[in-house]
Design a protein around this ligand. Structure first.
Ligand code: SAM
Length: 291
């Protein structure tokens, strides 16, 4: 009987065999807990029809579970040393393709079309490299993919920000942007001991399901750019952040006052009190003022 790649002993043996250690600069922490891996597969509700995209397969511990449960897996891996290992560890699975590429450099829509067919439905399942969790999430959400579910491991602090309520310290740009695209739930909490090496933070597996924007805007990019500016100085008022973005000339101030009034938002408030819907109101009112 073959031993799972992710088992603690085999993980260590593979690293030893190749004379490698987990690389911090690539956020390498390998999952070695079979219960967590099974939990990820059930959270993604994987079945024999599913196309799965994995980001950062590492030595293949999670990939193996995905390959057993799904139809096909495409895995992006940046580290050539890992790609070499994967050629051996994943050899028994003919439904896995590893692509040596920085996922943030990939034209995701085009690449996925190449592997799975134009517009094919995909699920993204990954134990993310934590140093780039936010850019990866934003890239996935903004790539206009036909995604059915994202099931991703991240550090708990970031997971908390994804589903934060307005007025809390976790609430911010990421919360508002996520709310535009997805419904968020925490599927699993994961202790540091589930990894080799153990990260120095707690982790959580988050499940995102797509939701149509309640109030779609012409350019989500511009909306988020506004949201970012409003949170630029969290402790300062919305008004001060808006002046910083648009300028302090009297004419601009008049336009800003008019926009705030139309949006029904008090200028003294802080961004952390505003919902996605408030930001949308503000965005539309500013546009009307040609700001
Ligand atoms: N999936 C494995 C597991 O669960 O044991 C490894 C997860 S490890 C937390 C993150 C993986 O992402 C590493 O294999 C790392 O080399 C890879 N990685 C880091 N930055 C990346 C990037 N920009 N594009 C693709 N993969 C990346």
């Amino acid at each position: 009987k073959t031993i799972d790649i992710a088992s603690p002993a085999r993980t260590q043996a593979i690293l030893n065999q190749y004379g490698l250690r987990a690389k911090k600069k690539f956020g390498q922490n390998f999952l070695t807990d079979g219960n967590i891996l099974s939990g990820i597969v059930s959270a993604a509700d994987l079945g024999p029809e599913d196309h799965v995209v994995e980001i950062g397969p590492g030595i293949g511990g999670l990939t193996e579970y995905l390959a057993r449960a799904a139809k096909a897996v495409l895995a992006f891996e940046i580290d050539p040393d890992m790609v070499k290992i994967l050629a051996e560890t994943l050899a028994p699975y003919d439904n896995v393709q590893v692509r040596e590429q920085d996922v943030l450099e990939a034209d995701l829509k085009t690449v996925l079309a190449k592997y799975f067919g134009e517009g094919a439905a995909v699920k993204v399942v990954a134990n993310l490299p934590y140093y780039i969790t936010t850019p990866i999430l934003l890239a996935l959400l903004q790539a206009d993919l036909n995604w059915q579910q994202l099931v991703v491991m991240m550090q708990k602090e970031v997971a908390d920000r994804l589903s934060a309520k307005p007025g809390t310290k976790e609430y911010g740009v990421l919360t508002v942007m996520l709310d535009y695209y997805a419904a968020v739930s925490v599927a699993l909490k994961v202790p540091a001991a589930a990894f080799n090496p153990a990260p120095n933070v707690d982790s959580a597996v988050v499940s995102l399901t797509p939701k149509p924007a309640e109030r779609p805007v012409d350019s989500p990019k511009q909306l988020f750019s506004l949201v970012k500016s409003c949170f630029a100085h969290r402790r300062k008022s919305l008004w001060n952040n808006l002046l910083q973005r648009f300028g302090k000339e009297e004419g601009v101030k008049d336009q800003l006052r008019a926009a705030l009034q139309e949006a029904g938002i008090e200028s003294g408030i802080r961004a952390e009190r505003l919902t996605l819907s408030d930001f949308t109101d503000l965005y539309l009112a500013l546009k009307k003022q040609e700001l």
